[in-house]
Each structure stands twice: as structure tokens, then as C-alpha cells.
Write a protein that binds this ligand. Structure first.
Ligand SMILES: C[S@@+](CC[C@H](N)C(=O)[O-])C[C@H]1O[C@@H](n2cnc3c(N)ncnc32)[C@H](O)[C@@H]1O
Length: 243
């Protein structure tokens, strides 16, 4: 599935989702990785914002993303040698990384929990012994269906030029799926995009159970970067280690 937000509108991604929004998440993820220098893979790295911080912190970084447009933006940030176009479901590396991260729900672009389990197994194989896994994933049972609104400055700093609306709902009868609806608008460029994304493996506790079956240990499911156990959040952190 090709989504406009990750393809034709990819060069607007950092307008409606500014890097600053994720500073606490990224600081938390960096704090949970093994000490640099070590090899970190970001799966679904998007525009490369997290990897840019990891690189500055001394990690050896690699990013993969299914979208050529996102990879092109990330390679502008990081250098083309550090990012490549690839589907996470086809990752075929063995004992290559000390840590694998996948943030802002990239992991949930798997179609189902069964595909999620196969992808977790690929992550397991790609990690070295004692390797760390950090996933920021959807927890659909906590989705409220409430419409949220962000307003951001435009490309020239125009106040309130960019509008981003989003709403998350658990799909009725499918506790493992989340419907995410997005509207991106920009007044100065006269753009308007609406699209709906269907996210899979959308129950963080079930993903944690599958991670255990593929061999991960020390599994934690947290509510946010603050570190409390999952309770109210629609966006959970799953941390685990390969023994
Ligand atoms: C919501 S964005 C998050 C990007 C980035 N992780 C961040 O935190 O800003 C989801 C990303 O996952 C990528 N993606 C979707 N399906 C994928 C797949 N099967 N394999 C790899 N990347 C995928 C999209 O192209 C997009 O860049």
C-alpha cells in the first residue's frame, strides 16, 4: 500500500510532523540503547530524524524504509550510504546490529499479527546476542476516536500555515487493527490531503506475547517515554532483548 503522506507528500512530512514533537521519545530511545559506538538499525526510518540524533550521539546508523521518497529525504540528512529502500517484512540479515528501533508506528504497517510475528523473527535474526529491540507501536484498545488538531508554521515560518488533523479508532470486530485518519493542509502551498491508514498488529500486549515466542527476553511494555507501564496510551513502547 502506498500512502500519499509517505510518497507524493513526503517532502511535507517534517512540516506537519516537526522533529521537535519527538524530542522526548528520541531522548528516551537513545537512553535505552547499548553504549555507542554500536550498530543501530531504524526500521521505517522515515525522514531520518531519529537516526540523525543517533549519529550525533556516536552510533553507527542504518535506516530502511519502504518509501523511496522518505529514503531520499533521510539520505539528505544522513548520507546515501546509511539508508536504503527496503520492506521490513523482507529484512534478511543475521547478527548485524546491536539494536533495532522502529518508531512512530512504522512496525504497524504489517498487515496482521501473524505478519508482525514473522517480522519480529527477522528482527531477532538481524540482532547480535544481547541486542536490543525498541518498538514504538500502536495500542488500539486505548484509541478514543477523538479528533486531534495540530497547527504548525509554514516553510517560511508563517504562523499557523500547516494544519494536521488526526483521529485513531480501533476497527470494530478487529481488536488488532487501527484505523488512522489524517488530514494535512497547507495554506501557503494550497494543499489538502486526506487519507486513511489501516494499521495491523495493533495490540501492544499481543505483540509482546509474540516477541516472547520468537525468543526475545526482558520484555517491557510502557505507556510513554516517562517509563510507566502501559495503561492509557495509544502509543506504547515495547522494549526487549535478544539473549
Ligand atoms: C509514520 S512514519 C514514521 C517514520 C519515522 N519512524 C518517524 O518516527 O518519523 C511510518 C514510516 O514507515 C514506513 N513503512 C511503511 N511500511 C513499511 C514497510 N513495510 N517496511 C519498511 N518501512 C515501512 C513508511 O514509508 C514511513 O516512512
Amino acid at each position: 500500500m502506498t500512502y500519499a503522506l509517505f510518497s507524493s507528500s513526503a517532502n511535507r512530512y517534517d512540516w506537519h510532523t516537526p522533529p521537535l514533537h519527538y524530542q522526548h521519545d528520541h531522548a528516551f530511545v537513545l537512553s535505552r540503547l547499548p553504549s555507542p559506538p554500536c550498530r543501530v538499525l531504524d526500521v521505517g526510518c522515515g525522514t531520518g530524524v531519529f537516526l540523525e540524533k543517533a549519529l550525533a550521539a556516536g552510533f553507527e546508523v542504518t535506516g530502511i524504509d519502504a518509501s523511496a521518497e522518505m529514503v531520499s529525504i533521510a539520505s539528505g540528512r544522513l548520507g546515501a550510504e546509511r539508508v536504503r529502500i527496503a520492506q521490513m517484512e523482507e529484512l534478511a540479515e543475521f547478527a548485524s546490529y546491536d539494536a533495532i528501533v522502529s518508531l512512530s508506528w512504522s512496525f504497524n504497517y504489517v498487515r496482521s499479527l501473524a505478519d508482525g510475528k514473522k517480522t519480529l523473527d527477522r528482527f531477532f535474526q538481524a540482532l547480535r546476542p544481547n541486542g536490543h529491540l525498541v518498538l514504538q507501536i500502536v495500542h488500539a484498545p486505548n484509541a478514543t476516536g477523538v479528533l486531534n488538531e495540530d497547527r504548525e508554521p509554514g516553510p517560511e515560518g508563517q504562523p499557523n500555515d500547516v494544519l494536521f488533523l488526526y483521529r485513531f479508532e480501533q476497527v470494530p470486530e478487529h481488536s488488532n487493527e487501527l484505523r488512522a485518519q489524517y488530514v494535512y493542509g497547507c495554506k501557503s502551498s494550497n494543499e489538502l490531503v486526506f487519507e486513511e491508514h489501516l494499521l495491523g498488529a495493533a495490540d501492544a500486549r499481543q505483540v509482546a506475547a509474540e516477541a516472547a515466542t520468537v525468543g526475545f527476553e526482558d520484555i517491557e511494555v510502557l505507556d510513554s517515554w516517562r517509563g510507566e507501564l502501559l495503561c492509557r496510551s495509544v502509543s506504547a513502547f515495547l522494549l526487549a532483548k535478544r539473549p
